[in-house]
Write a protein that binds this ligand. Structure first.
Ligand SMILES: [Zn+2]
Length: 271
């Protein structure tokens, strides 16, 4: 017997495939969650909202791209102007924990309290209730998906099992959309320096991302890039992001959209 490839969705404007540029604005929490409180290490986190974010927002505006930003509540409260600037740029803001804690290690009541807090903080500062959830470090607890359904989320962007969106099994009659990710399309595994492994030069990483984008486009799926302003914002890597955006923008029939837009579209064509 032959196995058929999974069905792929139709995209708006006769596009062949979709592409999303997403940014996890972890700032200091990326390090705090690892138990690091040393000032120089933490200052790498501060580079994200302070130094890198304004340039990233300018780049997105220049290319007329609406992106998705996932922001821990702690970061939102410490950098409220960054949250406002992201919202004013027309970008989506989604939940990403409080202090980047791994929910896979938390009891359900604690996980739920963090979720409620992050919705409250991001709604207040961003002016709009978040509909998307990305778990810190992409680790879910057994309770996560049900909690997202209970609190009215539209989509999760965590799983790594597909190249196209799909629906999770319904809970209380409503199914979450999943918009899958991959470590391959994340800047952290290539560039994040923890003192234990060498950093990769940007050129070969850019080439790998372009090849992955072309391959996912051939399958009519979603290329879901995940960047961290503190990592991708260094000038040598920012040049790589600029080139990537330029390449995707000039590839025919690609729908560049936020994850909220992709989720809403997927839901509308999937019944
Ligand atoms: Zn993160």
């Amino acid at each position: 017997m032959t196995l058929e490839a999974p069905a792929t969705p139709r995209w708006p404007r006769d596009a062949r495939a979709a592409c999303a540029f997403t940014f996890d604005l972890d700032a200091e929490t990326l390090w705090m969650a690892r138990g690091v409180h040393e000032p120089v290490t933490l200052s790498q986190g501060g580079f994200g909202p302070v130094e890198a974010l304004p340039r990233i927002l300018t780049l997105l505006r220049t290319h007329e791209v609406r992106a998705s930003f996932f922001i821990p509540a702690w970061v939102a409260e410490h950098y409220p102007d960054a949250v406002r600037a992201i919202a004013e740029g027309g970008h989506e803001i989604g939940c990403h924990g409080d202090e980047h804690e791994r929910v896979s290690e938390l009891p359900p009541d604690r996980e739920e309290a963090i979720l409620i807090k992050s919705v409250e903080v991001l709604t207040r500062l961003g002016g709009k209730r978040p509909v998307g959830y990305r778990a810190p470090a992409w680790q879910l607890s057994p309770a996560t998906l049900a909690l997202l359904g209970k609190h009215g989320f539209d989509y999760s962007s965590n799983m790594m099992d597909r190249l196209s969106p799909y629906l999770h099994p319904p809970v209380d009659g409503r199914a979450l959309v999943e918009i899958p990710v991959s470590w391959v399309l994340d800047d952290a595994p290539f560039f994040m320096f923890t003192g234990q492994r060498p950093m990769q030069p940007p050129g070969p990483v850019l080439q790998a991302w372009l090849t992955e984008f072309e391959g996912i486009t051939e399958t009519h799926g979603v290329t879901n890039f995940t960047f961290h302003p503190q990592i991708i914002g260094r000038p040598s890597r920012f040049a790589c992001l600029r080139e990537l955006l330029d390449y995707v923008r000039h590839t025919p029939r690609i729908w560049i959209a936020s994850l909220a837009e992709i989720s809403a579209h997927y839901r509308s064509v999937t019944k």
